[in-house]
Design a binder for this molecule. Structure first.
Ligand code: NAP
Ligand code: FER
Length: 344
């Protein structure tokens, strides 16, 4: 039996959602977007109405704002944008979900969403704070885990370099490397406070502010014996510097290239790719979607580290659906430490 409960008389009738109006060129501008008020959607058969509580804003969303063909389809103009979200089921036309349940789904950038129950994952607010299902125990966490352990094939004793190291993926990748027996973990980030966090709280052995001096120089000083693994969140000069420092049979996992996401023309690649020949090195890009088979192992291993504090995480929480765009732009600017989250 569907277990729909009628909304209470005080239930709002309208919902706000973010639409993409025009495809940004370079840095997205507020005029490219609109916060639109619409009627609260009516869930169809097999759907639930979800009141979103936390929205995820992620770097990949910049790619979906462009028309270019990629691994995820472009956002449609004049339509609500999509993204990870966690919310509470308000009404249910699905057998397996009940009002009061909490679910993870992909209809973010809005207050209310009617979602197919089969496209949701039930989450337990008693097991972990709801926001963590978008971050340390969610997509960005699995990205760090799979990218480091499977793609970069981390081995005990490796010297590991991580860019974007104070961000959601990078901070977690660095700490997993440490917990898994890396001999030296080096991170780069864009502010002195972030560098301090890496050294004082996340247990990195060395860290530098990439804005202070050329990355290649700072990496050479931090890793005088070279690196075995590079986890790339940034691309550009970071990637070239990492190739230059790569040891024999080194591995580079290309997770992201945020330094070029707003570029208006193709950006040249690293000038020192032949370094892969000398080192018999390997460079491999990956998408987290191809690694969900690791999800149970990830939760089993990382969950206890998070619960015990062995793995620390930060979240930067922005309040209010009306501030979602600013939160997203903040990720591109580096306003966040750890996972950027919008709380509704
Ligand atoms: P995040 O690191 O929490 O936030 C992005 C960070 O990028 C910012 O805080 C900023 O920190 C840094 N940044 C911005 N512009 C930069 C530049 N020009 N040079 C160097 N750093 C810059 O974001 P995240 O969600 O964890 O994602 C990190 C990377 O992983 C992104 O490239 C993302 O696209 C990628 N990713 C890939 C997958 C996958 O499946 N392949 C999945 C998730 C994420 P600073 O202050 O340090 O500059
Ligand atoms: C990102 C977040 C997610 C990203 C890629 C993904 C390259 C991957 C999504 C998927 O596997 O579908 O910031 O940047």
């Amino acid at each position: 039996m569907p277990n729909t409960t009628p909304p209470s008389p005080s239930f709002p009738t309208t919902s706000r959602e973010w639409h993409l109006l025009t495809r940004p060129v370079g840095w997205p501008k507020p005029e490219d977007f609109a916060l639109v008020e619409v009627p609260v959607p009516v869930p169809g058969e097999g759907q639930v109405l979800v009141r979103n509580r936390y929205l995820s804003v992620d770097p990949y969303m910049r790619g979906r704002m462009s028309a270019a063909k990629s691994y995820a389809p472009p956002y449609a103009l004049g339509e609500p944008m999509l993204g990870g979200a966690v919310g509470e089921v308000v009404t249910s036309n699905a057998e397996n979900l009940t009002p009061g349940d909490h679910v993870l789904h992909y209809e973010g950038w809005r207050e209310y969403a009617a979602v197919d129950a089969t496209s949701t994952v039930k989450v337990d607010p008693a097991a972990a704070p709801l926001s963590t299902y978008l971050g340390v125990l969610g997509m960005t966490g699995l990205t760090a885990y799979a990218g480091l352990l499977r793609v970069a094939d981390l081995k005990e004793g490796d010297v590991v370099f991580i860019s974007g190291a104070a961000g959601a993926v990078g901070g977690q990748a660095g700490q997993i490397a440490r917990l898994k027996g890396a001999s030296r973990v080096i991170g780069s980030a864009g502010s002195d406070d972030k560098v301090k966090l890496l050294l004082d709280e996340y247990g990195f052995d060395a860290a530098f502010n990439y804005k202070d001096a050329p990355v290649a120089d700072q990496l050479r000083a931090a890793a005088p014996d070279g690196i075995d693994v590079y986890f790339d969140n940034v691309g550009g000069d970071h990637l070239e510097a990492a190739l230059g420092a790569l040891n024999l049979r080194g591995r580079i996992a290309i997770c992201g290239a945020i330094s070029v996401y707003n570029a208006t023309a193709p950006v040249p690649g690293p000038r020192n790719l032949p370094r892969l020949i000398q080192t018999r090195g390997r460079i491999e890009g990956f998408l987290v979607r191809d690694h969900y088979d690791l999800q149970p192992q990830f939760v089993q291993e990382v969950g206890p580290w998070v619960a015990s504090g062995a793995l620390k995480y930060r979240e930067t929480v922005v309040e209010g659906v009306e501030n979602t765009l600013e939160a997203f732009l903040g990720v591109l600017r580096g306003d966040n430490t750890g996972k950027m989250i919008v709380r509704l």
